[in-house]
Design a binder for this molecule. Sequence first.
Ligand code: FAD
Length: 586
Amino acid sequence: MKLTSRKFDALIIGAGGGGLRAALQLAQGDASVAVVSKVFPTRSHTVAAQGGVNAALANVTEDNWHWHMFDTIKGSDYLGDQDAIEYMCRAASRVVYELEHSGVPFSRLESGKIYQRAFGGQSRNFGGEQATRTCAAADRTGHAILHSLYQQNIRAKTHFFDEYFAIDLIIDKQGYVLGAVVMEIESGEILVIEAKATLIATGGAGQIYRTTTNALINTGDGMAMALRANIPLQDMEFFQFHPTGIAGKGMLITEGVRGEGGYLVNADNERFMERYAPKAKDLASRDVVSRAISIEVREGRGCGPEKDHVMLKIDHLGSEVIKKRLPGIRDTSMTFLKIDPILNPIPVYPTAHYTMGGIPTNRYGQVVIPVRDTPEEAVPGLYAAGECACVSVHGANRLGGNSLLDILVFGRAAANHIIQFLAETRYHRPLEESCVEQALQRVARWDKKGSGESVNQIKDELKRVMEAHCGVFRVDDVLREGVKKVEALAIRLQDAVIKDHSKIFNTARIEAMELENLMDIAKATVVSAQARTESRGAHSRIDFTERDDKHWLKHSLYFIDGHLDYKPVRTKPITVESFPPKARIY
Ligand SMILES: Cc1cc2nc3c(=O)[nH]c(=O)nc-3n(C[C@H](O)[C@H](O)[C@H](O)COP(=O)(O)OP(=O)(O)OC[C@H]3O[C@@H](n4cnc5c(N)ncnc54)[C@H](O)[C@@H]3O)c2cc1C
């Protein structure tokens, strides 16, 4: 079959903050760069980020990057790679000032400097008083960043393929990544995009859970593409549950609300976080607050007729602060709950939020795979950045405000490495037709007619299974059953069909391929969770309640055939002393 083909120096799959920051760096470096996105770029999920981005600017309280580095390592429950964390925290001020200069309308202090608010897990002087480190544009920081980056890319002449769905990577027999096969969503036309370097920046996979802050587009497509290319996924057992999703619905109420002085209460009107985190209280790290809320509810101190949530109070902040600093939150609460938080508290419960695991990379954004008895090797021509990647700066638990930072720092770093790679790589490698076969078969499979189950039915079941078997608290027999159920669903998916072929839209084909991706990611998550017999960060085992550094201070690697391997944590920073594991107290 003759397929249309386009050639670029670099291909970026994903137009969220990670993809756009990389694209801008490449376009400004005179590379020809294509960005493919399944939604219009400014609808990418970065737009939903509320609270802000961390950088030790010290505009409100004394601060420096070394304290930020310590907090991030402690927050990660010592699973984060310390070289990458140092790199990120040192680069933070620079990337935030770059954003400021490219037009991001940050909120301002009286002094005119960028407004910063307190977020969970932030401290001064290596675990001392609360720091104030999160740079915010009201509670719409992601919106402000994404729109500015998009406008700057238009100016830099980045080539956008809007509403194109990436199906699979193109890889030759020698293992070089040569680009991707994509589908134009409106016409269904297949396009081959050849590139000397390809960056995956497809975001997270929150759609594996039923109650989630993530949009419908967060289906882990890039991670699943990597798996199909025989690249393992790292640390997939670590999925973050955000403590304050709207109860029963999942929409996010940013941690910035607690940073502004909001607090949680149970049915007895008790500020229960004082019991779980005497010092940091409501601003303890997310895993700690999520577990505390779950325990309050489990022990019968939940609010409402079902006693199934707790309350987030902000009425004491006053209407002026709420309208100025938290307008989006007020809007969300009034739209989805008909509750004005100026007057009444918001019912909240932990909700699936962030994929800490992902495609393993080094701090230059290169995708690296373990090779037995030798150092890791980079996959030639392949990079990953943002929530789909695992560099790993978040380890077992991400601190709020560090993901926007991660996408900006490592989007930029990957682009810088690609620029060097392009200088050494003058020509595109030849592409044989057989390299695109796998992608074409994926699309053709969904033209099959028959009387199988519907895609939506299986998707719904998958999300329920993940919620019931791999949530905030985990235990061996429930996880084992979860693995079996996901495996059974994967088999059922092979016979599923798109219902009513007379009315098929390409979006139905895409939903089906997204579900295949979700299935792989869900399996990676539950298999990795069952195997890790300790509690660390967001991975809380009822049957193994302690962190076990002797056996488990290591990253997991999940392969497409279902087997696991492990690799050491990079505990050596670049220029400073290591932070050895300690008990994590907030
Ligand atoms: C509600 C909410 C609030 C948050 N608030 C904060 C915050 O205040 N601070 C913070 O640090 N973090 C926050 N986060 C986390 C942070 O926003 C995300 O982790 C981050 O924005 C992810 O950026 P990204 O570039 O990796 O991916 P995304 O922004 O998710 O972009 C992914 C891109 O990939 C594209 N894509 C995916 N699959 C395909 C495919 N198959 N083909 C083509 N294109 C594809 C999509 O179209 C999109 O363009 C928040 C997250 C949520 C859900």
